[in-house]
Every structure is written in C-alpha cells, then in structure tokens.
Design a protein around this ligand. Structure first.
Ligand SMILES: [Zn+2]
Length: 437
C-alpha cells in the first residue's frame, strides 16, 4: 500500500498539433521512453483543473490540484507577495507589477516592449527605489522588488482587489485604464483612482530618470512605464493538511511557487533553475527521493515545458520534453520502485507553442503509477493516447481526492471521527476519555 504520493507537474506540457511536427503535438513527437513506460504500467486519463476550454494560469490550476475551490483563490498578486516573504493582511491589496517600454499614442499608452533589454542590477534597483512609495486619498502604495524589472505592488487603506489590469501582456496592445470591476463598490473605485495616480507618477519619474537618459544614449529602449495585473487579497481557507490530512512539501522554483506553498501550508524545498532543465528535474527528483520519508505528499514541479512553449517554437518544446524524460529515466528509478510511493505525472495546463494564445484550454495527460493502480491499455504518455485510459477525464479538485484514494486513505463520505474531518481517514481523533478519577 503506498504511503506517500509524488505529484510530478510538467508545467504547460499539453499542446496542439503542429505541421512542423508532422501533425503531432510536441509531446507526441518527442521520444519519451520513460514517461511511456510509466503510462504502460499505470492508469491513464486526461486532466483539466477547471472547465474544458478554459485557459488557466499555473496558480489557479495548482490551487485546484491542491484541493482549493475557485472562490478561495486569493489572486496571483497576493501569492507572489507571500513568495517574496511579505505578510499582507486582509486590508491590503497586492498586484503583480513590472517596468516596461511603452509609447504614447493618441493620448494613451501602447505596450511596445513588455520585456525591454535588461538593465544592470544597480539600474533596476535605482528604478524601483525611485517609485517605491506613494500615497493618494488615504491609500498607501509600496513597490517591492522581485527579480529584474518585476515586483509586487501593495496598496493599503480602504482598498479592494476588484480592479482591472493595466498590463495588456502582449506587445502592441494599448494599456487598459485602471477601473473598478463591474458591480464592485466604492473601495474598488478608490483603489483604481489611487492606482491611476501612482502609475502616472511612476511614468513621470521614469521618463526623467538618469537610467533612461543613459539607455537612450546607448540606443536601448527606455524603461518608461509600470504595468500591473492580477490584484489579490488574503483569504481564509483550510491548509492542504487540514483539508486532506497529508503532510505536504513542494519542490519548485520561483516566487509564485514559494507563495503557493506558503499560502497552502506546504513546506518549501527550494530548487534551483539552471540552463539545463533536465539536470534541474533530476536534482528535484533526487531531493524528492530523500524527502519522501518525511512527507505524505510531494509536489515536484518544472516550469521548463511552459517556458519553451512561450517561445512559440514547437521543436524547442519537444527538445525540452525529451530532456525531462531523460531526467525521469536517470533519477526517478528509486521512487518508481518504492512500493510506498504513488507516482502521479500530469501538467497544470496546456501551453500552445504556436498561435496567439498565452495558454490553451485543452486537457493534459495524467498517469497514476503505483501499487493497486488499475493498468489500462495505454502505452504512451501523450494528450491523445491518454484519452483511451481508464481514469477518463479528471477535473479540478477530483485529482487530490483520487490521490488520497490511491493512498488507500479515502474517507468514507459521512464518517465523522473528528470535528473537522479531512478527506483522508482516519482524522486527527481525540480518543474517547473514560473520565475515571
Ligand atoms: Zn505559461
């Protein structure tokens, strides 16, 4: 009986068919003998973390994979603030923010270079310092630096996260005006006004900043606007352990995944990113093999397929997938041979490596490998072969429930062994006292 689950998430793995790959997806076209062996020995299916056709970002998809309901999602801005080590209270709003290059046109701003040529660390620090604080109508604003030109904006006062993004995400599009969301109240209107005043202030400061005078002299695009998106706010919700009764840890890199881990009560075993995604994954699987005795649920994550897809080169994504498969071959052996481990492989969403979409709404392959798992006729790990598997189409929070079931700890629905029963059985029981003197 498996005691612990390793959930391997190959971020953005799903894709579409491409003429440059003979009509196959990058995963179908890639040579993946180790993932295929897993599929052949396990139970297969498709997974979508929300509704079919919805294009999800990693944060919403991971919240579902970790059992949280959509209404509990606190917004990416809040999660990244947690990942930076901030502790925003429920009276604060957090937004993703980054510097970019924009051009004025018809009295508005058009995003020209979402990612202008990187400044030196000292120059980036100078830009962040120049617009670090601002106040407007009782709203206090602070900009916190993450990496490069990216950071998190926190707004405190009578504020609301119900405001529009000002980052259009795609070069060539106009920046949207900060506005309260439809049907939002007065706090959202105030938040939008304060955000607008701050972004105008930031633009004035940036345009006159010596860093930009030097860049223009050197023929580089000026870093002359700040854009924001995905406002969030702290929400109260059960931790992963409270919800499922499993001790969780996450082996991942990046601010967002640090924030997701902190937000849902996972231990974070930080991983590094090098230029070699295969070596990075092998290192993460090695760390998982050493840590598996201490946890019931290990999330092992790599962003590499998603990043390759965003270059819009299906061949680059195929190469990354092959490198990850080789890493699984090198490093996952002890975990796959361990009868205590339920090994689950899937992805959080599809990322099409051609076309205009940022992410796609197709489901991704899912494989459960471990003692007691049904073995179906699927022999390959890919988006099409998986559809013939015995798991069928798994959606949203069904995935963590299937994992608890795979660990042979599924609670019989209705059993109350404690006041807040987790999905696993037994719960944290208070033993019956005899009350004898
Ligand atoms: Zn992506």
């Amino acid at each position: 009986m498996p005691r612990a689950c390793l959930l391997l998430v190959l971020d953005g793995l799903g894709d579409r068919s491409h003429a440059s790959l003979g009509g196959l997806t990058p995963l179908q076209a890639a040579a993946t003998p180790h993932l295929d062996a897993l599929a052949a020995a396990g139970a297969n299916g498709l997974y979508h973390a929300a509704r079919l056709g919805q294009a999800l970002p990693s944060e919403n998809a991971h919240f579902a994979m970790f059992g949280a309901r959509p209404e509990e999602f606190p917004g990416r801005g809040y999660l990244e603030a947690l990942g930076l080590g901030l502790a925003p209270g429920p009276d604060e709003v957090c937004l993703l923010a980054h510097f970019c290059n924009a051009v004025a046109e018809a009295g508005c701003l058009r995003l020209w270079r979402d990612k202008p040529e990187a400044p030196s660390p000292g120059e980036a620090e100078a830009l962040f310092s120049a617009v670090a604080t601002f106040s407007f109508e009782g709203v206090d604003i602070r900009l916190h630096r993450d990496k490069g030109l990216f950071g998190v904006l926190t707004m405190s006062g009578d504020v609301s996260p119900e405001v529009t993004d000002t980052n259009p995400m795609v070069d060539g599009l106009f920046l949207p005006e900060p506005e309260p969301m439809a049907a939002a109240g007065r706090a959202a209107a105030r938040t939008a006004r304060a955000l607008k005043a701050y972004l105008l202030y930031a633009r004035r400061v940036l345009r006159g900043h010596p860093v930009n005078a030097a860049r223009e002299k050197a023929g580089l695009a000026p870093i002359n606007a700040l854009v924001t998106q995905r406002a969030g706010q702290k929400k109260t919700m059960p931790s992963f352990r409270e919800r499922f009764g499993l001790r969780p840890a996450s082996i991942a890199s990046g601010t967002l995944f640090a924030g997701i881990a902190r937000g849902l009560g996972f231990d974070l075993l930080p991983a590094r990113d090098t230029a070699d995604p295969g070596a990075d994954l092998a290192e993460r699987l090695g760390l998982a093999a050493r840590a598996v005795a201490d946890y019931d649920f290990l999330h092992v994550h790599t962003k590499a397929p998603d990043q390759a897809a965003h270059t819009k080169d299906p061949l680059a994504k195929k190469a990354v997938i092959e490198a990850l498969d080789a890493a699984i071959g090198r490093a996952a052996g002890p975990l796959l041979a361990d009868p205590d481990v339920l090994f689950v492989v899937t992805s959080d969403h599809s990322t099409p490596s051609s076309g205009p979409l940022i992410h796609g709404g197709e489901p991704v392959p899912l494989c459960f490998h471990g003692p007691g798992q049904r073995v179906d006729a699927v022999r390959r790990f890919d988006e099409v072969a998986a559809a013939a598997g015995c798991l069928g189409l798994v959606r949203g929070v069904e995935l963590p429930y299937l994992i608890v079931n795979g660990l042979e700890r599924a609670r019989l629905v209705g059993i109350r062994d404690c006041p807040a029963p987790p999905a696993s059985y037994p719960g944290p029981v208070n033993p019956f006292r005899l009350e004898e003197p």
